[in-house]
Design a binder for this molecule. Structure first.
Ligand SMILES: NC(=O)c1ccc[n+]([C@@H]2O[C@H](COP(=O)([O-])OP(=O)(O)OC[C@H]3O[C@@H](n4cnc5c(N)ncnc54)[C@H](OP(=O)(O)O)[C@@H]3O)[C@@H](O)[C@H]2O)c1
Length: 199
């Protein structure tokens, strides 16, 4: 399964580092184009390579980690999603004020899903700080926990398998209406937690 990353900032690059540590190939894109990604490409060679937004968006599984207000632009004009998996790692925060975006009573992943029509959206990688994502998932004698949720069970299973391969302990929170609410930041009870599974 090919992996693309849109957004090479704190979360996109932390995810890329986690993949590279496990020898999992991926392509990564940002707003400025592949030439601006030379440093991360060198750091994570040969596993992570710089790409255009369109190339990253063409992968079987695409993680999107872009500031909330930039998502429409970052996801505009891309190839049809055709049931491919898109991981929503984003939180509905308006910067630089750091206030919650207006979601009109919806969950952020429901709003996000409208931007990737036809994709199977899985909410994941949105609730840990970047250094915990790129750091050692074997923590304090256990495995660091990552939550994931989504309306398509097969897509959830694929993301769960990837989380497992990265060495984290994945917890399947079920559909977005349930899991998306629990990991919503701000507002949900889970994002502030840094949990470790023992045994
Ligand atoms: N930082 C955290 O602690 C944290 C934790 C969990 C979740 N999140 C969420 O993760 C998302 C990303 O946060 P971050 O901290 O990683 O942000 P960041 O460090 O500011 O990085 C944002 C990335 O998005 C890219 N981008 C912006 N507009 C784009 C466009 N039109 N096309 C392609 N790429 C575009 C930027 O490209 P350039 O590099 O070219 O500017 C940059 O690489 C946000 O939704 C945030 O709420 C953040």
């Amino acid at each position: 399964m090919s992996i693309g990353i849109i957004g090479s900032g704190h979360i996109g690059s932390a995810f890329a580092r986690a993949l590279a540590k496990n020898a999992i190939p991926a392509v990564i894109a940002n707003s400025r184009g592949p030439a601006s990604l030379a440093d991360i490409e060198t750091e994570l060679a040969p596993f992570v390579t710089a790409a255009t937004r369109e190339q990253a968006a063409s992968a079987d599984l695409v993680l999107v980690a872009v500031p909330w207000s930039k998502l429409p632009e970052a996801l505009a004009g891309l190839p049809a999603w055709n049931g491919r998996i898109v991981i929503d790692a984003n939180n509905p925060i308006e910067l630089p004020a750091f206030r919650k975006a207006e979601l009109r009573g919806r969950l952020s992943s429901e709003v996000f899903a409208d931007l990737v029509p036809g994709a199977r959206v899985v909410k994941a990688f949105n609730h840990l700080q970047p250094h915990l994502l790129s750091g050692n998932p074997q923590a304090e004698g256990g495995k660091r926990v990552l939550f994931f949720s989504g309306d398509d069970a097969a897509a959830r299973a694929d993301v769960g398998a990837l989380i497992d391969r990265l060495g984290f302990f994945g917890i399947d929170l079920g559909p977005i209406a349930v899991g998306g609410k629990l990991v919503e930041f701000p507002g949900g009870p889970l994002p502030a937690l840094n949990l470790v599974k023992f045994g």
